[in-house]
Design a protein around this ligand. Structure first.
Ligand code: 26M
Length: 818
C-alpha cells in the first residue's frame, strides 16, 4: 500500500499490521517500505499500545461511573518480564501479529528478542506482584499497581573466570514504549525540613511540616491487559524529577554548577533498585525511595477520592491499600499526616480511617530481613512522621498495658521502637498496628508468623492474621512459556484452563492413555531440545536432551542451600570416577541466580559451582553421564525457557526458612517433579499432587528447631559419613582450583566450625538417597510421565487467580467485574 492510504490508528478499522506500519513512519520517523526486526518490533509495540490505551481509558471511565472501590497495590518491586507476547495473547492479537510478520519474512520468536525485560525487582516478591497484577486485570478488578520507575533495574550478571561480575542494567537506554510518561501527573515530595505548631480555631494543637528539600514525583504508566476480557489496568511508576523552583533559585544566585548538581542528586532517588532481597541496607537513599513513592501514591489516591465529594470516613469504603512487605509501610504515618495536618481531622478519626484502609503482606521471617530504621534517621529525613510514629506507639502501648496488666514485659516486646544503644523503628510492628489485615504467603509461613515471629500480636489482635498462599499466573507460566503443552491441553480439555486452572484436574483421567502420554513426553522433549540449543549457543556446552534436566534457579542464599545441591553433584562425580562402568541415567544439573553484590558467601557458592562445572564437564570419564551448567543472568525471560524444560525441580531450603516459593509452582505446573523439603508452599504442593508424585526429604521445620535446641554438631555428620567427608575435604583442597587450596575455606568453615546454620550436613544423606530414587524412577518412562501428568493435574490451586480471589473475599471486599 502506498503511504497515503494508511489511516491514522485509533479509527481502528485498520489491521494490527497496518497500524504497525503507520507507526514506523509517523511515530518512529522511519521508512516503512521495508522492515527489519527492530522496526517491526517497535511498530508492533505501538500498535498494540493503541489498543490497550483505548480499553484503559474506557475502564477508568467506568470506575468513576460505577463509583467502584479501588485497590492500591504498593510495591517497591515489579518484575513483569517481556511484554509483547503476553499482551498480544491477552488482547487476542497473536494471529494478526503472526500474519503481519510473516508477510515481512519475520517471525514473532525473533521479534521478541528485540525487547529487553524491565528488571525492576529482586526476585520472588516482585514477580508475585506482577502475577497478581495479571490476575487482577483478568478478574476485571479496579486495581492499581504503584512503584518506582528505576532507571537501572537489578544488575546484569556476567560470569568471568567463574566469578559473578555485576554490570549496570540500563533498561531504558533505547526507551520503552510500554511505559508512558505522564508529565502532568506531578507531585512535590518533601524531605528534611521542620515541624511548626499552631492552634486552630477550636484551640486544637496543629502541626505543619515545611522547609527542607522538594523533589518532584512524575508518573509513568505501564499497562496490564486482562486475558481476553477487554479490561486493562495500569501500574504507576514514579520517577524523581528536579523541583523547578529549587533549581531556578540557585541558578539565579549564580551557582550554575551547584544547581545542576542539585538536579543530579534529586534524580538519584529513582536511579537504581537496591539489589538485595534480604538484610536491608540502612541507607538513607533507600528510605528516601520508600517515602518518595508512598507519598506520591497517597496523594494520587486522595486526589481521586476528593473528586467523589464524599466525607473522609468513606475513604476506606472506597479504597483499600495492600502493602507488599514493610517497604511501603511509611504510607501509614504519611496518610495520618495528610489527614491531621492538611485535612485537619482529629487523631481518632484519622487513625480509624488508616486502620480500615491498610493491609500488610509479610514475605520473610529471616530475622535479619525484618526492616528497621534508626529513629535518628527518620527524625531528620521525615520529622513529622517520627512524631506521628511516637504518638501511634504511645497510644498503642497504653492500650497494651491496660489489657495485659500482668505482663509487664509485653509493651517493650511489641513496641514500634526497639530499645538499645541505637533506637530503631520496627517497620513490621508499624504495619501490623496500622492495618486491619496481616497475611503470610503459605500455610506453614503463616503458622510460623503466628507461633513465633509475631506471637505477641496474636493475642492483641487475634483476628488480624490470615494466610494467602501464593499463586502464579497460568497465562505467562503455562500458556506463554510452554506452547507445545498448551496445545496438547487445549486439545483435550478445551481452553478454559487458561482462566480456570482447576480444569487441569481432568488430566487425571488421561494418565492411562498411552497415546496421550506419548504426546506429553514429546512436548517435554521439544522444550528440552530448545533449552539444549540455548546452552550450546551461550555456554558452548553440548548437553544430551535425554538426560535428566535437574534445575535450581533462584537468588543465591545460604538458606536456599545451593550448597547441598553441589555437594551431591561432587559425590556423584566421585562415584562415577570410581566406577566407570556404572549404568546410570545421564544427568544435567543446571544452576542460575544472582547473589547480592555484598553477600560474599553467596558469591563464593557461585564460584564453587562454576569451578566444579569446569572440572566435571571436561573430565572424559564422566562427560557422558554428568554435566553441570551455570546459566548467567537468570531473569524472567530465562525462567520462561527453563521452566517447561525441567524434569527435576530443586526446592531444598532449610525447613522453616522459605516463606512460600513460587518457582516451585512454575516447575510443577509444567510437569516437573519436585525434590524438596517440607518448607513453604512445597508442603501444599505435595498435598495436591499426591505423596507419590513429589520427592520430599529431610528435616521438617519442627525437627530443625528441635535439633538446634538439642545442640547441632555438623562434625558428627562429617565423621560418620565417609562419602560426605570426601566431598568436604575436596572443597577444602585445591581439587577445583588447582594451585589454590583456600578458595573455598570460607564455605568449608561455615559448614563445620561455623556450626552449619542451615543444616546442610544434617540433610545431606537423605538428599543423596532421594536423588538415587529419582534417577532410578526416571528410567521407568511410563511411571515418570504419569507422575509428570499428575503434577500438572494437581497444580490448579496455585493459580494467582485463586490467590487474588482469596484476597478479594478475605481482605479487600471488592467486586470483580467479569
Ligand atoms: C530490603 C531492603 C533493601 C533492599 C532490598 C530489600 C528487599 C527486597 C526484596 C527485601 C526483601 C525482598 O524480597 C523478599 C522476597 O522476595 N521474599 C520472597 O517472597 C516470595 C513471594 O511471597 C516468596 O515466595 C519467597 O519465599 C520469599 O523469599
Amino acid at each position: 500500500k502506498p503511504l497515503d492510504e494508511f489511516e491514522a490508528p485509533g479509527a481502528r478499522n485498520s489491521t494490527l499490521g497496518e497500524d504497525a506500519l503507520w507507526h514506523v513512519l509517523y511515530s518512529l520517523g522511519q521508512d516503512n517500505t521495508y522492515l527489519n526486526k527492530r522496526k517491526a518490533y517497535w511498530g508492533l509495540v505501538l500498535a498494540v499500545r493503541d489498543r490497550m490505551l483505548e480499553k484503559w481509558t474506557a475502564v477508568q471511565r467506568k470506575y468513576y461511573a460505577n463509583d467502584d472501590k479501588r485497590l492500591y497495590y504498593l510495591s517497591l518491586e515489579f518484575l513483569p518480564g517481556k511484554f509483547l507476547r503476553g499482551n498480544l495473547l491477552a488482547l487476542g492479537l497473536e494471529n494478526e501479529a503472526h500474519e503481519f510478520l510473516h508477510e515481512h519474512d519475520l517471525s514473532l520468536d525473533e521479534i521478541v528478542d528485540e525487547e529487553c525485560e524491565p528488571g525492576l525487582g529482586n526476585g520472588g516478591l516482585g514477580r508475585l506482584a506482577s502475577c497478581y497484577m495479571d490476575s487482577m486485570a483478568t478478574l476485571g478488578l479496579p486495581a492499581y499497581g504503584y512503584g518506582i520507575r528505576y532507571s537501572y533495574g537489578l544488575f546484569r550478571q556476567e560470569i568471568r573466570n567463574g566469578h559473578q561480575v555485576e554490570q549496570p542494567d540500563n533498561w531504558l537506554h533505547e526507551g520503552s514504549h510500554w511505559l508512558i510518561p505522564r508529565p502532568h501527573n506531578l507531585f512535590p515530595i518533601r524531605f528534611y525540613g521542620t515541624v511548626n505548631e499552631w492552634l486552630d480555631d477550636d484551640g486544637m494543637l496543629r502541626h505543619d511540616w515545611r522547609g527542607g528539600d522538594l523533589v518532584m514525583a512524575m508518573a509513568n504508566d505501564m499497562y496490564v491487559p486482562g486475558y481476553r476480557n477487554g479490561h486493562v489496568n495500569s501500574i504507576r511508576l514514579w520517577e524523581a524529577r528536579p523541583h523547578k523552583e529549587f533549581v531556578l533559585s540557585s541558578f539565579n544566585a549564580g551557582d550554575y554548577i551547584g544547581s545542576v548538581q542539585e538536579k543530579i542528586s534529586d534524580e538519584n532517588i529513582s536511579m537504581v533498585l537496591y539489589p538485595s532481597d534480604d538484610a536491608p541496607e540502612g541507607k538513607t537513599l533507600r528510605l528516601k525511595q520508600q517515602y518518595f513513592f508512598v507519598a506520591a501514591t497517597m496523594r494520587d489516591m486522595v486526589r481521586r477520592f476528593k473528586k467523589l465529594n464524599k466525607p473522609w470516613d468513606q475513604l476506606p469504603e472506597k479504597n483499600v491499600v495492600q502493602l507488599n512487605e514493610t517497604h511501603p509501610a511509611i504510607a501509614i504515618p504519611e496518610l495520618m499526616r495528610m489527614l491531621l495536618d492538611e485535612e485537619l481531622l482529629g487523631w481518632e478519626e484519622a487513625w480509624c480511617i488508616c486502620q480500615k484502609l491498610f493491609a500488610y503482606t509479610n514475605h520473610t521471617i529471616l530475622p535479619e530481613a525484618l526492616e528497621t530504621w534508626p529513629v535518628k534517621l527518620i527524625e531528620r529525613l521525615l520529622p513529622r512522621h517520627m512524631q506521628i510514629i511516637y504518638e501511634i506507639n504511645r497510644r498503642f502501648l497504653e492500650e497494651v498495658r491496660l489489657h495485659f496488666r500482668d505482663e509487664p514485659e509485653l509493651p517493650s516486646r511489641v513496641s514500634l521502637i526497639s530499645a538499645g544503644p541505637e533506637q530503631r523503628v520496627r517497620m513490621s510492628h508499624l504495619a501490623i498496628v496500622g492495618s486491619f489485615s496481616v497475611n503470610g504467603v503459605s500455610s506453614l509461613h503463616t503458622q510460623i508468623l503466628k507461633d513465633r515471629v509475631f506471637h505477641d500480636f496474636i493475642r492483641i489482635f487475634p483476628d488480624r492474621f490470615n494466610n494467602k498462599t501464593n499463586g502464579i499466573t497460568p497465562r505467562r507460566w503455562l500458556r506463554q512459556c510452554n506452547v507445545p503443552l498448551s496445545w496438547l491441553l487445549s486439545e483435550h480439555l478445551g481452553c478454559n484452563w487458561i482462566t480456570d486452572l482447576t480444569q487441569l484436574k481432568k488430566l487425571r483421567e488421561l494418565v492411562d492413555d498411552v497415546e496421550f502420554r506419548h504426546d506429553w513426553e514429546q512436548c517435554r522433549l521439544t522444550n528440552k531440545k530448545r533449552l539444549a540449543d540455548y546452552i550450546e549457543k551461550v555456554n558452548g556446552i553440548t548437553v544430551n536432551p535425554h538426560s535428566i534436566f535437574d534445575v535450581q534457579v533462584k537468588r543465591f542464599h545460604e538458606y536456599k542451600r545451593q550448597l547441598l545441591n553441589i555437594l551431591h553433584i561432587i559425590s556423584l562425580y566421585n562415584n562415577i570416577r570410581r566406577n566407570p562402568d556404572v549404568k546410570m541415567q545421564p544427568c544435567t544439573f543446571i544452576f542460575g541466580g544472582k547473589a547480592a553484590p555484598s553477600y560474599q558467601m553467596a558469591k563464593d557458592i557461585i564460584y564453587l559451582i562454576n569451578c566444579v562445572a569446569r572440572r566435571v564437564n571436561s573430565d572424559p570419564h564422566t562427560r557422558n553421564f554428568l554435566k553441570v551448567i551455570f546459566l548467567a543472568n537468570y531473569n524472567v525471560s530465562l525462567a520462561q525457557l527453563l521452566v517447561p524444560a525441567t524434569d527435576v525441580s530443586e526446592q531444598i531450603s532449610t525447613a522453616g526458612y522459605e516463606a512460600s516459593g513460587t518457582g516451585n509452582m512454575k516447575f510443577a505446573l509444567n510437569g516437573a517433579l519436585t525434590i524438596g523439603t517440607r518448607d513453604g508452599a512445597n508442603i501444599e504442593i505435595g498435598e495436591r499432587v499426591g505423596d507419590g508424585n513429589i520427592y520430599l526429604f529431610g528435616l521438617c521445620e519442627k525437627e530443625v528447631l528441635a535439633l538446634r535446641r538439642r545442640g547441632y554438631d555438623p562434625w558428627e555428620f562429617y565423621k560418620n559419613d565417609s562419602e560426605l567427608r570426601e566431598v568436604l575435604d575436596m572443597i577444602n583442597s585445591d581439587q577445583f582450583t588447582p594451585g589454590d587450596s583456600t578458595a573455598f575455606s570460607s564455605i568449608f568453615n561455615s559448614l563445620l566450625t561455623g556450626g552449619d546454620p542451615f543444616m546442610v550436613l544434617a540433610d545431606y544423606r537423605a538428599y543423596v538417597e532421594t536423588h538415587k530414587r529419582i534417577s532410578h524412577e526416571y528410567v521407568d518412562r511410563d511411571l515418570w510421565i504419569k507422575k509428570s501428568i499428575m503434577n500438572t493435574a494437581g497444580m490448579g490451586y496455585f493459580s494467582s487467580d485463586r490467590a487474588v480471589k482469596e484476597y478479594i473475599d478475605g481482605i479487600w471486599s471488592l467486586e470483580p467485574d467479569v
